[in-house]
Design a protein around this ligand. Structure first.
Ligand SMILES: CC(C)=CCC/C(C)=C/CC/C(C)=C/CC/C(C)=C/[C@@H]1[C@@H](COP(=O)(O)OP(=O)(O)O)[C@]1(C)CC/C=C(\C)CC/C=C(\C)CCC=C(C)C
Ligand code: MN
Length: 398
């Protein structure tokens, strides 16, 4: 949502080599209310609770039913990515190139520069992610940087300095470029790095296409009628990141968890992060005419769009926010269970980023739910403390 002034650099600094990114649904399971029932099983057939606010406000809701259309659509992608990873692991080896060596472009030294620049961009825009990649193997680290840069550039299309010029056609062109790079025909050096990454790791193109789809939504959609609609949006712009990065970060060889369950946890982390982003930015978004909150849940809480634009913290608002925060925390909890199944070097950065983001929810509470005019943030001391604590926890999990 926010844009960055140095973003233009992502578009201009790159020399052109040719000369010129279920249902976890967290099973959104009211475990605090359904004591004595089976623990959460990721990807079961139980329907996620679409309105966690209900969990706060009302009696237990029976949630066992079929997946919604949004959940089905997302679940398909999870299954597809999990299958790709399993196939790569069992048949070809996770490090084998996707297409025949002779078809691949020989980027030679350029590729080294391309990855290096991706690292610089990641370091500049996302210091914590960057720091987190330092323990990974060089191959994995470079690959996460390349994915990061592609995601950042995609977001900058609709949120950056040139966003007013972005049309659905421009996003179609960006998607064509994505297809090209997946087929070994990168357009610029950042694309070349990602092209190399997807040739080495079993990364499916669908989450990348879906992130572009999320950006398409941002071009015309500024209201979400239900959590189901919002869930799909969060999957598009953030859940996808989990599906893109786990094939690179790797699942622990001794993990007994199913590939699919680890992917569901990764998806949960993206959703949790985006729900947190949304709750933090309610005021900022409303000033841009946007409301990324489920309108039906707002109405159930006795709140209207006008209440959001007015931006007054009332008891109704506090109650509504408590429900939204609870839901985001459930997604974080779901994600946290998956961390232990990642390759050991990847656990620390993921846990650290999870804790840092989750603390934003604590900050919203500390601000007495005033997310209209106060920006919730995690102070530097807390940030710094999270890193060694996450490191110690991740080490214990190995
Ligand atoms: C098993 C398990 C738990 C695995 C973990 C899997 C994993 C690493 C998941 C990553 C989840 C994650 C970091 C999601 C990103 C969510 C996010 C911040 C999305 C942002 C979307 C739109 O935001 P908006 O415009 O509303 O807000 P801004 O004001 O613009 O911030 C994004 C901006 C989309 C673009 C996403 C990125 C640029 C971040 C991509 C990050 C990576 C590829 C690095 C992940 C690596 C590590 C080490 C955690
Ligand atoms: Mn953005």
């Amino acid at each position: 949502m926010a844009s960055s002034s140095s973003a233009a650099a992502l578009w201009t600094a790159a020399p052109h080599p040719h000369g010129s990114c279920i249902r976890i649904h967290a099973i959104f399971h009211q475990r605090h209310q359904r004591r004595g029932r089976r623990p959460v099983v990721v990807a079961s057939s139980v329907r996620p609770l679409q309105a966690a606010s209900l969990a706060v406000a009302t009696a237990p809701v029976a949630v066992a039913s079929r997946r919604t259309a949004a959940e089905e659509a997302v679940y398909e992608v999870v299954l597809r990515q999990a299958a790709l990873v399993e196939e790569a692991t069992h048949r070809r080896g996770a490090g084998a190139p996707r297409w025949a060596e002779e078809d691949a472009v020989d980027w030679g030294l350029l590729l080294g520069d391309a990855y290096h620049r991706c690292g610089e961009v990641c370091a500049e825009y996302a210091k914590t992610f960057y720091l987190g990649t330092q323990l990974m193997t060089p191959e994995r680290r470079k690959a996460v940087w390349a994915i990061y840069v592609w995601c950042r550039r995609t977001d900058e299309l609709v949120d950056g300095p040139n966003s007013s010029y972005i049309t659905p056609k421009a996003l179609d062109r960006w998607e064509k470029r994505l297809e090209d790079l997946f087929e070994g025909r990168p357009y610029d050096m950042y694309d070349a790095a990602l092209s190399d990454t997807v040739s080495k790791f079993p990364v499916d193109i669908q989450p990348f296409k879906d992130m572009i789809e999320g950006m398409r939504l941002d071009l015309w959609k500024s209201r979400y009628r239900s959590f189901d609609e919002l869930y799909l949006y969060c999957y598009y712009v953030a859940g996808t990141v989990g599906l893109m990065t786990v094939p690179v970060m790797g699942i622990a060889p001794d993990s007994k968890a199913s590939t699919e369950s680890v992917y569901n946890a990764a998806l949960a982390l993206g959703i949790a992060n985006q729900l947190t982003n949304i709750l933090r930015d309610v005021g900022e978004d409303s000033r841009r005419g946007r409301i990324y909150l489920p309108l039906d849940e707002l109405a159930e809480a006795g709140l209207t769009e006008e209440d959001i634009f007015r931006g007054k913290v009332t008891d109704k608002w506090r109650k509504f926010m408590k429900g939204q925060i609870l839901r985001a925390r459930l997604f974080f909890d779901e994600a946290e269970k998956g961390v232990a199944h990642l390759d050991s070097a990847s656990r620390w950065p993921v846990l650290a980023s999870l804790w840092l983001y989750r603390q934003i929810l604590d900050a919203i509470e500390a601000n007495d739910y005033n997310n209209f005019t106060k920006r919730a943030y995690v102070n530097k001391a807390k940030k710094l403390l999270s890193l060694p604590v996450a490191y110690a926890r991740a080490a214990v999990a190995s």
